[in-house]
Every structure is written in structure tokens, then in C-alpha cells.
Design a binder for this molecule. Structure first.
Ligand code: GLY
Length: 563
């Protein structure tokens, strides 16, 4: 009898263990052929439906981007900018830069008062904070090069969504309520964004629907010329801004060669300047490549320490060297040269933290906003696109173009208003990122594609300002070093170090006390306040059986859709 009870108890234990293991293995949406992962379910579904109609990843990119402009106005946009990294089924790769530009009348001192001090808020709120938008030019570049379905079919779902309305989520209701005062302060009429929107309310955007119809009917000119351009320029002028018709007409998106490098039998393809993302990602991964990373427990002291030291050195370079290569000389090849990177890591010691003051002389680098958005797409033909797009901070400049219903970016704040003086997020820069007419402001957006053995493995990216680079990095390591699934990887707690301030930001409750205490004893400063989330990663993993697993970040309303 005793024996039977023991066997029974042991079986129960086994069943419990199995259940526990099963519980731990988090699996995202699995699709046989194609998938879209974005910040909103409506947008992912619209993109996926385009793929199901026979469209390719680029058709879906256009439909998803426009749907996000309607369903996720905090960052989705038609008057912001962004970057796309792509990999075609035949292995060809490239990037598109549709980053905003400084207007023609912009100049390096435009945010300074007569005493040479930075005027608070001028580069972040209102008409003067706006860079010349790039998103619609980007969309038409993509369409001309790779689009297959009629353009009207790609934009119509967004028009319908704007006209019929989206359902406000809890996150949106809270975000709109937080931004209400800023919308009121910046605009000279009552915008639809400043009403008391509650979870479950249907939010209709008729003026935006009409703007999208003009883009449908007149193409790129439906935004950069004609009625939409008139609405934009008239309202900007009314509010004292400097963007002109000439600025809009001159805007061009640019195809650029990607940053491509190897990491432990994988090939990483990512964004070059004006994003700092690709250079920093390459520097950090190359710095840690000589180490047997997977031997350190995930998120353990050694893991955090090694990555922190690599990040510290890379972000010091970011602050000093990086800017728009069309305007300043940046030693890109030297910065990602293996000898240089190894030399930078030479003074790393497991015994104590390297103070940031010893890594480089100190310009203080702070945080950028986390209100950007990313979407990843793999189509049924094997093409992949990775797109990160932004208005900069949440709802950008808060300027809502009167009569046209869309929000303008405040991307000018990504420039350095004055060397050495931090912007609203604590960012400083040098001459490399100073303002100049038609220059692109430095970004951290890091849309990325990973291949193994010449085959597509992962499409990844995230919002999160300067934490974008390190969130993308950690998801690459989760998959390559720790063999995690995509959702499992996305769910994992994240940390971030960016040289200065000399602190490790950690998502609260994500790291055990022993790890934190040990790090502190080595001289690291742990900071968990205001770090509720770091990034919102939306990614796709190609599984060994060829199926796709989506990783949609639960930190937001993000969702995957596919078939
Ligand atoms: N505006 C955030 C970025 O481009 O990095």
C-alpha cells in the first residue's frame, strides 16, 4: 500500500513538473506561411489580409503603416519618419531611410534665446519642433520598387478604419488623457484628441480619412502638394512654424546600404546612419562575441556585466561621433573595426565596473522617448521587412493639422540644440548632430534582420528611444545564445546602459535580488524607477520546421496576425 502511495505521489510530482515546464514555455502565434506583428491588432490584421490577398511583404508594409497611423496615433504616422530594413526571398538586402529632415530655414541656433540658452520646450512642443515629414515619401518609394497590388487596395483599409473608428484601449485612454493639456496648449482649436476618451469608445477620424483619400487619389502629391500641403503649411505658419511648400516638395526618401556583420554563425543586417542603431548594435555584439555568453545564466550578474560594459563603450562613441553622413564625416568603418572594438574592451574587468568617466570625457547622454513603433513582416514568398517609425515623443509635437486630421512629429528634438546641453530627455550631442538646413537628426531606431546559413531567421525591432538598440540586442542574444522562442524572448525582462548617466536601468521585478546586490558590490548603479518597461519588441522567428512564431510585446497592445 505504502509503495502504491509513493508511486502515486511520484507520478503527481512528475505531472506537476511537466505542467510547470509547459507553463514556462511561452509560445507566440504560429503561422504556416506569413505574419505581421505590430503595435495594434487592427494593423496586424490589415497587413495580414493584404498578404492573404496575394500581396507581398512590401504591400503589407504599406497597409500596416497606414493602419497604424489611424489605430496607433501616439507613434503610427503619416507625418513622421522611419527606417525599413528588408531581405528578399532571393537573399538581396537593403534599407530605406525616410527619416525627417530639418526645414530649409532651420539653423543651428534656432532653439536658443538671445543669451545663447536653450529655450525650454521649443524643440519638443508646437510648430517649431516639426521636421519635414518622410513617411509618405517612404511608402511611395517602397511601392514603386516592390509593390504589386493596386495602391488603392493598400490604403483603403486605413481609410475605412479612420472613417468607421477604432476602439480605444485602456493604454490609449490613459495616454490621451496624459497628453490632453499639451494638445490644448499647442493648438488654436479643439482637436479630436483632447476629448475624454474612455476604454471601449469608438474613435473616428473623418479628416484623416479625407487626407488618406487624397493620398490614394494623387499619390505622393496627395501629401506633399495640393490641398494636404496647403492645410499643413497654412497651419504651421499660423502657429509660427517654418516649414514651407518648398520643404515638402524637396523631401526625398533615400535607399541606403545596410550595416551587415557576422555574429557567431549568424548574419545581422541593420540600419546605417542617420540611425546610430546599426553601428552601436555591431559594436556591442562584436565586443561580446569572444565570450561564451550562453554559459552565463540568462540575466545573471556576469551576463548583465559583460553587456553593460560593451554598451557603455559603444554609447560613448555614439555621443561623440555620430550624425547625418550626408553632412558630417563619420568614421563608420573604424568604429566597427574588430581591432578597434577589441581594444575598447581591453580594460574590461570582471572584478569591478569601469566608471563611465574613464571610458570617455563626458557629455551626458540621457533618454529619448519610448513613443516610437515597430512592425515586422514575413510574407508567403519568403520576403521580410523590418520597419521602425516615429513621431518622436508620444503624439509628436501635439500639432494636429487643422482640416487634415493628422499629428506632426517633433523630431527636431533628436538634434543637439546646443553642444553639451541636454534636450528634454537628457540627450546631448556634439557638432556631428547639430542642426542644419535639410540635415537628418540622429536616431536610435534599429530595424534588424537576422540570417543563419543564408536563410532568414528573425525579423526584429522596437520603440524605446536610446533603449531601442539594447532591446534589439537582448532579443538577438535570447534567440541565438539561449535558444528561446520568439514570444518567450520578447517577454523576458530587459536592462539598459548607455554610458551616461552611469546606471543600469532595469525593468522592475525582472531581476533577482542576488544579481542586483552582486552588481552593486562590483560598482554598478541599478536604477529601476521610471523604467516600468524598456521597449516594445515586435518580432518574427522562423522555426526549424519553417513555420513562423510571432513575438508581440505584452507591455503594449501589440498583436500578431498570420496564416
Ligand atoms: N525619435 C527617436 C529616434 O529616432 O531614435
Amino acid at each position: 500500500m505504502k509503495k502504491i502511495i509513493l508511486v502515486f505521489a511520484f507520478s503527481l510530482l512528475l505531472i506537476n513538473c511537466k505542467t510547470a515546464t509547459k507553463k514556462e514555455k511561452i509560445i507566440g502565434l504560429i503561422a504556416e506561411k506569413a505574419m505581421v506583428v505590430s503595435a495594434r491588432e487592427e494593423a496586424s490584421k490589415i497587413g495580414s489580409a493584404i498578404l492573404q490577398k496575394g500581396g507581398n511583404a512590401y504591400d503589407a508594409m504599406i497597409a500596416t503603416h497606414l493602419a497604424l497611423a489611424v489605430a496607433y496615433p501616439v507613434a503610427g504616422n503619416i507625418a513622421g519618419g522611419g527606417f525599413m530594413v528588408y531581405r528578399n526571398a532571393d537573399g538581396t538586402k537593403g534599407t530605406l531611410d525616410f527619416r525627417e529632415k530639418a526645414p530649409l530655414a532651420a539653423h543651428k541656433d534656432m532653439y536658443l534665446d538671445s543669451l545663447g540658452n536653450v529655450i525650454e520646450g521649443r524643440s519638443t512642443f508646437g510648430a517649431n519642433a516639426v521636421g519635414v515629414p518622410g513617411s509618405i515619401a517612404g511608402i511611395f518609394e517602397v511601392y514603386q520598387k516592390f509593390g504589386t497590388l493596386p495602391f488603392k487596395d493598400l490604403i483603403q483599409p486605413a481609410i475605412d478604419l479612420a472613417r468607421n473608428g477604432i476602439t480605444i484601449t485602456k493604454n490609449q485612454s490613459e495616454g490621451l488623457s496624459d497628453a490632453k493639456k499639451a494638445f490644448q496648449a499647442v493648438n488654436n482649436y479643439e482637436t479630436i484628441f483632447e476629448k475624454d476618451w474612455k476604454k471601449g469608445d469608438v474613435f473616428k477620424q473623418e479628416e484623416l480619412a479625407q487626407t488618406l483619400e487624397r493620398i490614394r487619389d494623387f499619390g505622393k502629391d496627395g501629401f506633399y502638394k495640393g490641398e494636404t500641403a496647403n492645410f499643413l503649411v497654412n497651419y504651421i505658419t499660423e502657429l509660427g512654424g517654418i516649414i514651407t511648400h518648398e520643404d515638402l516638395e524637396k523631401y526625398r526618401a533615400v535607399w541606403r546600404n545596410p550595416i551587415t556583420f557576422a555574429y557567431k554563425n549568424h548574419t545581422i543586417t541593420t540600419m546605417p546612419l542617420p540611425s546610430s542603431g546599426g553601428i552601436c548594435l555591431a559594436q556591442i555584439l562584436k565586443s561580446i562575441e569572444p565570450y561564451d555568453v550562453s554559459k552565463y545564466e540568462h540575466n545573471s550578474t556576469k551576463y548583465v556585466q559583460l553587456i553593460t560594459e560593451a554598451e557603455r563603450r559603444s554609447y560613448a562613441d555614439r555621443a561623440h561621433y555620430l550624425g547625418d553622413v550626408d553632412f558630417v564625416k563619420v568614421p563608420v568603418d573604424s568604429l566597427i573595426d574588430l581591432n578597434y572594438i577589441n581594444k575598447r574592451m581591453r580594460n574590461f574587468s570582471w572584478d569591478k565596473a569601469t566608471p563611465s568617466s574613464e571610458v570617455s570625457q563626458g557629455n551626458i547622454l540621457g533618454y529619448e522617448s519610448d513613443q516610437t513603433t515597430h512592425y515586422s513582416i514575413v510574407d508567403q514568398f519568403g520576403n521580410a521587412v523590418s520597419v521602425t517609425t516615429t513621431l518622436n515623443t508620444g503624439y509628436g509635437s501635439k500639432v494636429v493639422v487643422k482640416g487634415a486630421g493628422f499629428i506632426l512629429n517633433n523630431e527636431m528634438d533628436d538634434f543637439s540644440s546646443k553642444p553639451g546641453v541636454p534636450n528634454v530627455y537628457g540627450l546631448v550631442g556634439t557638432k556631428a548632430n547639430a542642426i542644419a538646413a535639410e540635415k537628418r537628426m540622429l536616431s536610435s531606431m534599429t530595424p534588424t534582420i537576422v540570417e543563419k546559413d543564408g536563410k532568414l531567421k528573425m525579423v526584429v525591432g522596437t520603440p524605446g528611444g536610446s533603449t531601442i538598440i539594447t532591446s534589439v540586442l537582448q532579443n538577438i542574444l535570447n534567440v541565438i545564445e539561449y535558444d528561446m522562442g520568439m514570444q518567450e524572448s520578447v517577454d523576458k525582462a530587459r536592462f539598459h546602459h548607455q554610458w551616461l548617466p552611469d546606471i543600469i536601468r532595469m525593468e522592475p521585478n525582472g531581476f533577482d535580488k542576488i544579481t542586483k546586490t552582486k552588481l552593486e558590490s562590483l560598482g554598478y548603479y541599478i536604477y529601476e524607477k521610471n523604467s516600468l518597461i524598456i521597449g516594445k519588441v515586435d518580432a518574427i522567428l522562423v522555426l526549424p520546421n519553417g513555420k513562423l512564431e510571432g513575438g508581440a510585446d505584452k507591455r503594449g497592445d501589440d498583436a500578431a496576425a498570420g496564416f
